[in-house]
Design a protein around this ligand. Structure first.
Ligand SMILES: [Zn+2]
Length: 136
């Protein structure tokens, strides 16, 4: 039995190489002894991905990869909280959301200013790299 990795041969003809299960030459996904469990895990994974897609679509959520996307999450949390009865917890969520939004606005503004500076520098010196005076 190979100590290196799962011996299952994938559709592309290459070995799987995932960490094998203890006392087995195969990983969890390719172990004949765990076929049912692996199928159930795949099914649950599929359900989860479908649910994620549905929820993302319903909330117009595209992840946390940009200032815009993070703003969307804050909007959802704040709108949902505004719809609740007034309480100390609701007020805390709104204040925390406002604080997070303020930081996000600052970050977004800085990004825009840096982009504008970069564009200005590039248009000044189209070919030469920007040099800084180290003595200054
Ligand atoms: Zn495998």
């Amino acid at each position: 039995m190979s100590p290196r990795g799962c011996r299952h041969i994938l559709a592309n003809g290459k070995p799987c190489r995932a960490t094998p299960m203890r006392d087995e030459p195969f990983c969890f996904w390719h172990s004949p002894a765990h076929e049912e469990e692996a199928a159930e895990a795949r099914r649950l994974g599929g359900l989860r991905r479908r649910r994620e897609k549905t929820v993302s679509g319903a909330y117009d959520f595209t992840g946390l990869g940009s200032v815009e996307a993070i703003r969307r999450i804050l909007e959802i949390a704040i709108l949902d909280s505004l719809g609740l009865d007034n309480s100390l917890a609701r007020a805390r969520v709104l204040i925390a959301g406002a604080q997070a939004a303020t930081r996000l606005l600052e970050t977004g503004e800085l990004e825009a200013r840096i982009a504008a500076l970069e564009t200005a520098l590039e248009s000044r010196r189209p070919t030469e790299p920007v040099e800084f005076d180290e003595a200054a």
